[in-house]
Design a binder for this molecule. Structure first.
Ligand SMILES: Nc1ncnc2c1ncn2[C@@H]1O[C@H](COP(=O)(O)OP(=O)(O)OP(=O)(O)O)[C@@H](O)[C@H]1O
Ligand SMILES: [Mg+2]
Length: 247
């Protein structure tokens, strides 16, 4: 497994405009992620996507640093991106060719010799049950089919670390189960954000985010139980923290 290290990494936006103090999207975070399956959970706007983007150099820390196996995301984003594959929530950000087959083939251009690409693409598409849809216009695919397609495109090149931002939001039950099985079988280290608490509970390690801070860091079942309690408490009447009999 790779070693993803946050060393005082923080993200603040807005202060550069000179209007106000700016907003902290992620408070200084120091931790190392070396587990095989890691999930990040938390409310909308808690900073999950911000944290994930730091790992693939899609977002620079405004303080501290983030490294993957010692490679600093700010100093060498190209190396980072060759090792870390990022699957966006919105698959249209990833699919740029007319069909999935072409997209998967295109993604193989740097890693697989030309004459082997077609066979490899077919193999990847088959693994995701996408063979029958491989040559259909991507515009005619359902949202969930596109999401699976985007995952196939990223996995085709065999990144060491796979980062997924809410991979199951658009998927029906059958494809959620397919996704779960696929992720479980992958050799890669997986770091994902999700609102699917079953998916999170099955992970080796789960970070719970709240307002840009990690408020729990535990194994899957314990972190999910903590998050459920936290949400329950937040929904009860009365000032926050005044109820619930402690944490
Ligand atoms: N460039 C930016 N400028 C100002 N605010 C931003 C910027 N980017 C993100 N934010 C804000 O930062 C907060 C955290 O965003 P982030 O996308 O990380 O949340 P999230 O936990 O992924 O939420 P969701 O579950 O809805 O995907 C949000 O309130 C968002 O509006
Ligand atoms: Mg998000």
């Amino acid at each position: 497994m790779s070693r993803i290290a946050f060393d005082g990494a923080a993200v603040e936006v807005g202060s550069e405009t000179g209007r106000g103090a700016g907003r902290t999207l992620l408070h200084p975070l120091t931790l190392e992620l070396t587990e095989r399956r890691i999930a990040v959970i938390g409310a909308n706007g808690s900073g999950k996507s911000t944290l994930l983007k730091l790992v693939d150099a899609l977002q620079e820390p405004t303080a501290g640093s983030v490294t993957v196996d010692g490679v600093d995301t700010r100093h060498d984003p190209a190396t980072i991106r060759s090792r870390v594959g990022f699957v966006f929530t919105d698959p249209s950000a990833q699919l740029i060719m007319p069909t999935l087959r072409e997209d998967v083939t295109l993604s193989l251009r740097r890693s697989v010799p030309r004459r082997e690409r077609a066979a490899r693409a077919a193999e990847v598409l088959d693994r995701f049950g996408l063979t029958a849809l491989a040559d259909q216009s991507v515009f005619d695919l359902s949202a969930g089919e596109r999401q699976l397609g985007a995952l196939a495109v990223v996995l085709a090149v065999g990144p060491a670390v796979l980062v997924l931002d809410e991979p199951s939001t658009l998927l029906d039950l059958r494809n959620t189960l397919l996704l779960r099985r696929t992720l479980a079988a992958l050799d890669q280290q997986v770091l994902m954000s999700t609102h699917d608490l079953d998916l999170a509970a099955a992970c080796d390690r789960v970070l719970v985010l709240e307002d840009g801070r990690v408020i729990a860091d535990d194994d899957g079942p314990a972190a999910v139980a903590f998050y459920r309690r936290r949400c329950d408490e937040g929904l009860r009447p009365g000032p926050p923290g005044s109820t619930g009999g402690g944490s």
